[in-house]
Ligand binder design. Structure first.
Ligand SMILES: Nc1ncnc2c1ncn2[C@@H]1O[C@H](COP(=O)(O)OP(=O)(O)OP(=O)(O)O)[C@@H](O)[C@H]1O
Length: 313
């Protein structure tokens, strides 16, 4: 993180009581959170949690069914907001008859005054692709590289990525992730990246939004969220959870043989003879994913800042 990318006073995404429906099914249930500008935010949750729905709302491609969502200070999809946002959907729609070079020319034509050809070409090279290749002849992973090049060439202030790396081979994924993060850091781009690959998020994301069953479970700076949790490991042969944990918030506790492993939000010192460490991001996420009913936590930076007078849709 550098001074440019750390913009805690500006807001990229802000939701209050946000709801969305797919026909009768509620996909988002009263979600409230804030993502400050300049952050790389991991959007994590089980299948069907509502991640894609949230990104599509932020991109202005779907309408909410209640609550409020602000994107870069404006309404999602507003003509003043749309050019500043790029969105890479899971299915990455592209024109199959275009070559990669033609696709980038289309990007330039659609984004007058914003387009950065050098950045787009750099990302195409990262995928080891010829500009003359036709999009229809590319593999799924190669199309992903083109979609990411198109999104980044737009020089967005907010980049919304829906599981962008899932079909990339490990080498290309590594190179692409590094290239994306370098571009994002240089331009202080806010990135919201939905992913199931938890190891890929560690060391890359400094902000976290965890949703499950359409509800926000965790939101805030990764550092802040990690620092209020502890991983507690030790020998335990009784049933249930140890009595000394009663004073704390237990996110998840598991016993394997005679060993107990628990993810806890301590309310004070933890008594007993336990090995107590700070969880890694992956351990924090796994604990919460295994325990979707654990009490939600919104760090102070994730609390909405829009005045209450604007909360009504
Ligand atoms: N087109 C649709 N029609 C009906 N229901 C839908 C549609 N799209 C999503 N849903 C439902 O809305 C809920 C949220 O789906 P969403 O795709 O946002 O989840 P997700 O977190 O992105 O899941 P995944 O990790 O599997 O991509 C799910 O219950 C899903 O079944």
């Amino acid at each position: 993180m550098n001074e440019l990318t750390f913009l805690p006073d500006r807001t990229a995404l802000e939701a209050v009581g946000l709801r969305a429906r797919h026909r009768r099914r509620e996909a988002l249930r009263a979600c409230t959170f804030r993502v400050p500008a300049g952050r790389v935010c991991a959007l994590v949750g089980p299948n069907g949690a509502g991640k894609s729905t949230l990104l599509a709302l932020a991109a202005g491609l779907r309408r909410s069914s209640g609550g409020r969502l602000r994107v870069l200070g404006g309404a999602p999809g507003d003509p003043a907001v749309r050019p500043r946002v790029a969105y890479v959907a899971q299915d990455k729609p592209l024109y199959p008859h275009f070559t990669i070079a033609e696709t980038l020319r289309m990007g330039a034509a659609l984004n007058p005054g914003r387009w950065d050809q050098a950045v787009a070409e750099r990302l195409v090279r990262q995928g080891d692709l010829s500009p003359h290749a036709r999009v229809g002849s590319l593999s799924g992973g190669q199309r992903t590289c083109v979609a990411l090049a198109l999104a980044f060439g737009k020089r967005p202030e907010l980049l919304l990525l829906d599981e962008p790396m899932s079909d990339l081979d490990p080498l290309v994924r590594h190179g692409m992730m590094a290239a994306l993060m370098a571009e994002a850091a240089e331009r202080a781009t806010t990135v919201v990246i939905a992913s199931h690959i938890l190891s890929e998020l560690e060391g890359v994301c400094d902000y976290l939004l965890l949703i499950a069953d359409g509800r926000v479970r965790l939101a805030g700076e990764v550092e802040d969220l990690i620092s209020v949790h502890r991983l507690v490991v030790g020998r335990y042969e009784d049933v249930g959870t140890p009595r000394e944990f009663a004073a704390h918030t237990i996110v998840e506790a598991r016993t394997t043989g005679r060993q107990l492993t628990a993810l806890i939000r301590p309310e004070g010192p933890i008594s007993g003879t336990w090995e107590i460490t700070e969880p890694s991001l992956e351990e924090l996420l796994l604990g919460h994913l295994r325990a979707p009913g654990a009490p939600a936590l919104l760090a102070p930076s994730a609390e909405p800042r829009m005045p209450a007078s604007r909360w009504a849709a």
